[in-house]
Design a protein around this ligand. Structure first.
Ligand code: BGC
Length: 451
């Protein structure tokens, strides 16, 4: 017993990180175009102007996906490429680009899993207040309707948002993500509410406009693993995973975002603690927000070990000196792919899809012309073994998307980090599948039995 027969083996990317062609084909400016041009925001002032130039390498990239053998490809639409001003006029070149991508995927037997929004926000809308503007859910609804009208006949799997924890939680507490502003807690709560409303409206529109489609979202949020197998430590890990840390980094947690979506209400204790900072909630808001979804997506890279403290509260445990880490210094914690899906499935009662998982390695092209990345193979094998264990334990796991298909623009870290299964030479745009690419292909081909 392992992964189900129709397990969705995939790989993921995001528009701004790979497309390039930032000023071509009628695309409007995004918040990231502008953010990258402000000195000091990005490692060595890199930007996504060209990135992997996927805009011009689309056919080659889909051919590589086919060689990899992925069943599904998770990509995101660039909102400003489709709607340069965010609302109103739709850009014909943008339509053509995504139409070609979707057709190529389908012709190659790869199912498109489309993310509506992976952080590249139309700059025109940012100037109008972005997610703080009360009209922002409606702008997103218009954008969603546009996508349904254009591509709803060909795409049957959707994610609304990627990681609101980052594009709100990090971006508006002054940390590394565009527009890197520090705003009040009240404003963050209001933006979060608008994002959740936008999500709910999009789900309603997709249900009506794309009959039979499957919908989820792709949050992240800190996950925890028990420091031992004792029942208390397991409980501590679960508790830590779902606690809203009202005096700490609550926007990076899971429950503030997912409880309203799946339970139709904000976590009560936290909402009370936020007091007057809570946004006004309209009579239908929670109903709109809590539209049923088909799976629980989660992006997961690492987890934090905890023990149950004597006061019944989880206590974070330090990693031992020398604990394995990725190139970007994230701790390697494969058991996270066992515990997080288990806790998420138990709480939200939906099949789980790992919408992102992977690591950055400082890969190089060796003298033999190949890219040897044993660390990526080892990491992915360990994580997938734990996901398999979760599936064997009865957790409904529907799929796994490796982050990322190819090396790309890693946000504030620019091109200093490489997350891909495919090496990209950013000077020549030459693609070289890494050893992990061939390894992952063999795992997919065996439906995980070679793990
Ligand atoms: C994001 C990706 C990013 C990856 C690695 C996730 O938070 O969704 O866009 O590249 O992590 O940092």
């Amino acid at each position: 017993m392992g992964f189900k027969q129709d397990f969705v083996w995939g790989a993921a990317t995001a528009s701004y990180q790979i497309e390039g062609a930032a000023y071509e084909g009628g695309k409007g400016l995004s918040n990231w175009d502008v953010f990258c041009k402000q000195p000091g925001n990005i490692y060595e002032n890199h930007n996504g102007d060209v990135a992997c130039d996927h805009y011009h390498h689309l056919a080659e990239d889909v051919a590589l996906m086919k060689e990899l053998g992925i069943k599904a490809y998770r990509f995101s639409f660039s909102w400003p490429r489709l709607m340069p001003q965010g609302t109103g006029t739709v850009n014909p070149d943008g339509i053509r680009f995504y139409q070609t991508l979707i057709d190529e995927l389908l012709q190659n037997g790869i199912t498109p899993y489309a993310t509506l929004f992976h952080w590249d926000y139309p700059y025109a809308l940012q100037k109008r207040g972005g997610w703080l503007n009360p009209a922002s859910p409606q702008w997103f609804a218009e954008y969603t309707e546009t996508i349904i009208g254009l591509f709803g006949n060909k795409i049957k799997h959707f994610f609304t948002f990627n990681e609101p924890q980052c594009f709100i939680g990090l971006a508006f507490t002054g940390r590394e993500m565009a527009p890197k502003l520090q705003v009040t807690r009240r404003d963050i709560l209001q933006m979060a509410h608008n994002v959740l409303l936008a999500h709910g409206k999009a789900v309603q529109l997709l249900r009506a406009g794309v009959p039979g489609c499957k919908i989820g979202y792709a949050p992240t949020g800190s996950t925890y693993i028990p420091a031992s197998n004792s029942a208390q430590d397991i409980e501590a890990a679960r508790k830590a995973t779902f606690t809203v840390d009202v005096n700490g980094d609550w926007p990076m947690g899971i429950s503030w975002w997912s409880d309203p979506i799946f339970f139709g209400e904000y976590p009560a204790e936290a909402a009370q603690a936020f007091g007057d900072d809570m946004p006004a909630i309209g009579p239908n808001d929670m109903k709109i927000i809590s539209q049923p979804l088909d799976f629980y997506g989660h992006n997961i890279y690492n987890s934090t070990p905890v023990k149950m403290g004597e006061n019944g509260q989880p206590v974070v445990q330090a990693f031992k000196p020398g604990h394995p880490r990725t190139a970007v210094n994230w701790p390697i914690t494969p058991e996270g792919l066992y515990w997080a899906p288990k806790f998420l499935h138990q709480r939200y009662k939906l099949p789980v899809i790992i919408t992102e998982n992977g690591l950055s390695c400082h890969d190089v092209v060796s003298l033999d012309g190949k890219v040897h990345d044993p660390n990526r193979i080892d990491f992915t094998q360990r994580y997938l073994q734990q996901l398999q264990r979760a599936a064997q334990d009865g957790v409904e796991v529907d799929g796994y998307f490796h982050w990322s298909l190819m090396d790309n623009f890693e946000w504030a870290k620019g091109y200093s980090e490489r997350f891909g299964l495919i090496y990209v030479d950013f000077e020549t745009q030459k693609r070289t599948p890494k050893d992990s690419f061939y390894w992952y292909a063999s795992i997919i081909n065996s439906n995980g039995s070679l793990l």
